[in-house]
Ligand binder design. Sequence first.
Ligand code: GLC
Length: 719
Amino acid sequence: MSRIERLISSMTLAEKLGQLTMTASSYAVTGPVIAGDSTDAIKAGTIGNLLNMVGAEHVREMQRLAVKESRLGIPLLIGFDVVHGHRILFPVPLAEAALFDPETWALTAREAAKEASAEGLAMTFAPMLDVARDPRWGRSVEGPGEDPWLAARIAEAKVRGFQGPRLAAADALAACAKHYCAYGAVTAGRDYASVDISERTLREVHMPAFAAAVASGVAAVMPAFTDLAGIPMTANKALLRGWLRDRWGFKGVIISDYNAIAELMRHGIAADLAEAAAHALNAGVDIDMMADAYRRGLPIALQRKLVTMAAIDESVRRVLTLKEQLGLFDDPYLRGRTPESAAAFSGRRKLARAVAGRAIVMLKNDGETLPLSGSLRRLAVVGPLADAPGEMGGPWWGAAGRVGHVSVTAGLREMLGESHIQHAAGVAIDDEDVSGIDAALDVCASADAILLCLGEAADMSGEAASRAHLGLPGKQRQFAQAVFERARDLRKPVIVILFSGRPLVVPWLMDQADAVLAAWFLGSEAGNAIADVVVGRLSPSGRTPVTWARATGQIPIFFGERSSGRPADPKDHYTSKYLDAPNEPQFPFGHGLTYGRFTLFNLRVTPVNAEDIDTLQIRVDVRNEGARAAEETVFLFTRDKVASVARPLLELKGFAKISLPPGESGTVALSLRAGELRFLGLDLEPVFEPGEVEILVGPCADRSKLLSATVQLSWSRPC
Ligand code: GLC
């Protein structure tokens, strides 16, 4: 009999339910304080998993209690939200998506896993894979952007990075794909609100990233808080057992979100905790995070015959199997035994700086304002985010907290020298006080150029942080307007550095600024990375993974829309448009300027007659007509104009990068298996349809900027 079966056969009900329970420990700077009865429960074997614990010595102590002082000595599974780094923070996930670089996505996850596992952690509640097309939703910042194909690539990279080649390795973190499924489609962009979308949108847009995570071997999945068309995900048997386990073959652990099982009562599908626990267990949820519903509710549910002991044992088996895969039984103290070297930390900070620089998206750069020329000796660095190191980490700042991050002023002073940088906040991020504006304008008056640092606070995006108004908070607009007017009088350039967890709706700012850098929340090395780009040590290369609306009323706005029977036509009144705003976004998906100037030409696609077993080879030439070396990203889209189902106007199918010195040309090569052109047919099952498909390449999801070719698809064998 295996170790796991021996354990299950000897466990009491309380010990079994303990393995299905995860309790939070509220850590403080001085170390974690286990909340509630967890310490006693660990010794009693009635808590088997912890979250929100950091600090190797404390983790080790909790592990020792479980292994040495409980009856069966089952090691704890200890997890934490290592979302974009642990103590050294990389850019927030939405910003990191802007790199369009799977190797780097995996690398930062690997580094975060090394840092977190060195403190004894064995699981992260990441990657967050919720496709989001509504920036009112604060959690857009944690996710992969608006496109399902991109989200799937991020899923693969992050699972690979966090888990590494072997889950039992000392530096492996079990990844937890979350929040399954369609959380990003909450009603009105309001966090936790109901989700009600078509089955087609669910399968075409929101499921692919999770399927990719499962195919990549993700160890755990976390259901979303939300209901999907009236069925809360935490009790959604069709999607948890039907799809995740039966259709995709997921054998890992399903962990509820925080208190989500108890919240089935608020959803209105459980009259009490026992019913809630029964719903979740029967749907396949293995671990109850923080609701204590399994420990308190399942004994009653058993008595009421709402659940079976076999179902409980099935979940216990999966949890113990994960602990065994992580090597926790063989060496519970493996993770956390060996502290990382100083060199590891310094190398990680260097990586954080490099990744942060590549996450910056240059939205505008009129007159090649950037990079700042060496003759500009004095810079005014103004605005509420100019000297705000605590905001640079963005939401989900993990064990890093809000300390140790480099601000814009600090980065520029380090780069250019103290005397070149004059700072004034002008206004706060979000209050009504405008008394600081005049002093800030005086600082601008004595400068050669003005860096205007505006945006959201770190906690204005992330969980429970939806916003109905997507402009600048507080009095920032009034301040910015005053700076623009003063700068016009003084004929000085204004470079806006915009910090946000989402694409803000600020058309007035985009119109007036000479240059705009989307700095999202870049993590620990934010200020140094921004300085690298501003002075020209690094050419910006980031491309926005989300469409930027010009008006909140355009939301949801994304490139993968379907055509409609009356697509917008300025010559025809009765077409899909607004009376008071354009359809076009402020910036399309994939937009991002560099210090080069790239032209694409000579697109060729072979074969032009492709069978379903063929691979299309796509080549396009690129020339850098700018004066500086830079890296260009070329996107590959397809458009299936006529099919059995109305298809999206554009579908992302690939991307590639090319770096070119000024005046040089090169060729970008992309390939696309014709089988990738399958789509969900009328019956929502994958189908390959012969016919014409457009292949489009270009710098972003703006059709006017794309080169296109057409291929004819056919079956390789008679139908
Ligand atoms: C939170 C979040 C989830 C996170 C979990 C543990 O409420 O929804 O993303 O992993 O609780 O902190």
